[in-house]
Design a protein around this ligand. Structure first.
Ligand code: HMG
Ligand code: MG
Length: 286
C-alpha cells in the first residue's frame, strides 16, 4: 500500500483572508461544504481574530455554524488568544491553531506583540485547550525569510518550533509566509529543526510567490515530512505579509504526490470542481 500524505486544506482561511472584497458568508460555507466532499481529513475553516485586523474573517461564527460537519473531517480555526479560543469553543471547532513567528518584525505586524510576548499569550490558551481536550496546532511563520527583517536564522525557527511543541502543540506547521524559500534554504532550515523535533511532528506550509513551492515540498518529503498545507485554486496570502501570494494550489500538490506514488485520499474530479469554485470567489485582489 502506498504511503499516506496528509493535505491540510487552507483555502477557506489562508485562501480567503487576503481578499479585499468581502466574500459573502454563504459562498464561504459553500466552499467548505464542497471541500468536505473531496476527501480531506483536515480543513482550516476560518479565524477568530480581531475583525478590525482581518475584516474578511469577521463572519467566523456564522461560517462555523453554517457548514455541514462531515464526520471524517477535522474542522480547524485560527485562534490568536484566549478570546478567540473562547469563540472557537462556542462553535465546537474540532481543533484550534495558534500562530507565532520566527521573526520579530512579522510578529509585531501580524499579532501586535513580540515573539516572546506571543508565547506568553499562547500559554493560557493551550492550557484551556488541554482541559477541553481540543488539539492545538502551532504555526511558525517566516521560516526562511521575513518581509520586514530579511533572512531568518534556522536556529530561531527551531527554537520557536520546539517551544510551541513543548507547550503542547501536537504538530508544528512551518510557514514560508512570503514564498521566498528555495529548496536550499528550506532544506537547511529543516535540517536544523529536525535536530529538535521529529519529521512526523512537522508540516510544510508553502506560499507560491516565486513558483518554488512544489520543489520545497519535494525537499520536505525527502526530509521525511508527510503533512502539507495548501489551498484549492492557489488562493491566498497574508494581509500582514506584503508580497505574500497564494498558498501552493492543493490540486498541484495532490498531483505531485500522486506522481510520486503517495496516497492522499482525495477525489481529483471533485477537487477540480472545488478549485474552480474557489477561483470564482476571487475578487479585486486576484
Ligand atoms: P491587539 O489590537 O493588540 O489586541 O491585536 P487587543 O487585545 O489589544 O484587543 C484590541 C481589540 O481587538 C479589542 O476590541 C478586542 O476585543 C479585540 P475593542 O475593545 O477595540 O473593540 N480582539 C478580538 N476580537 C475578536 N477576536 C479576537 C480578538 N482579540 C482581540 N480573537 C490580535 C492583537 C492578535 C487580536 C490582532 O493582532 C489580530 O487579530 N491579528 C490577527 C492577524 C491575522 O489573522 N493574520 C493572518 C493569519 S496568520 C497567517 O496568515 C500566517 C499563516 O498562514 C502561516 C504562514 O503563512 O506563515 C498562519
Ligand atoms: Mg499562510
Amino acid at each position: 500500500m502506498s504511503e499516506f500524505v496528509t493535505i491540510f486544506e487552507m483555502g477557506p482561511r489562508d485562501g480567503l483572508q487576503n481578499e479585499t472584497n468581502f466574500v459573502p458568508t454563504g459562498q464561504k460555507i459553500e466552499l467548505v461544504d464542497r471541500l468536505s466532499g473531496c476527501g480531506f481529513r483536515k480543513i482550516e475553516v476560518t479565524s477568530f481574530v480581531s475583525p478590525k485586523w482581518v475584516p474578511q474573517m469577521a463572519d467566523a461564527q456564522e461560517v462555523m455554524e453554517g457548514i455541514y460537519r462531515h464526520p471524517a473531517v477535522t474542522y480547524s480555526v485560527l485562534t490568536p488568544n484566549v478570546k478567540g479560543y473562547g469563540a472557537a469553543v462556542r462553535v465546537s471547532a474540532d481543533e484550534v491553531a495558534i500562530f507565532g513567528s520566527a521573526s520579530e518584525g512579522f510578529s509585531r505586524k501580524n499579532i501586535n506583540c513580540s515573539v516572546a510576548e506571543s508565547i506568553e499569550r499562547f500559554k493560557p490558551l493551550i492550557e484551556k485547550a488541554q482541559k477541553d481536550a481540543i488539539p492545538v496546532r502551532g504555526y511558525v511563520s517566516c521560516v526562511t525569510d521575513c518581509p520586514y527583517d530579511g533572512a531568518t536564522s534556522p536556529a530561531k525557527v527551531a527554537e520557536v518550533a520546539k517551544t510551541l511543541f513543548d507547550l503542547g502543540c501536537y504538530e508544528i506547521s512551518l510557514g514560508d509566509t512570503i514564498g521566498a524559500g528555495t529548496p536550499e534554504t528550506i532544506g537547511k532550515m529543516l535540517d536544523t529543526v529536525l535536530g529538535d523535533l521529529p519529521a512526523e511532528k512537522l508540516a510544510g506550509h508553502f506560499h507560491d510567490t516565486k513558483g518554488r513551492a512544489l520543489e520545497n515540498i519535494e525537499i520536505s518529503l525527502d526530509k521525511g515530512l508527510r503533512t502539507f498545507d495548501s489551498a484549492v485554486g492557489g488562493l491566498g496570502g497574508c494581509p500582514y505579509a506584503p508580497g505574500a501570494k497564494g498558498n501552493v494550489a492543493t490540486e498541484a500538490v495532490a498531483a505531485l504526490l500522486s506522481d510520486k506514488g503517495f496516497e492522499t485520499g482525495l477525489d481529483m474530479d471533485k477537487l477540480k470542481d472545488a478549485a474552480a469554485f474557489a477561483r470564482s470567489l476571487r475578487g479585486a485582489s486576484a
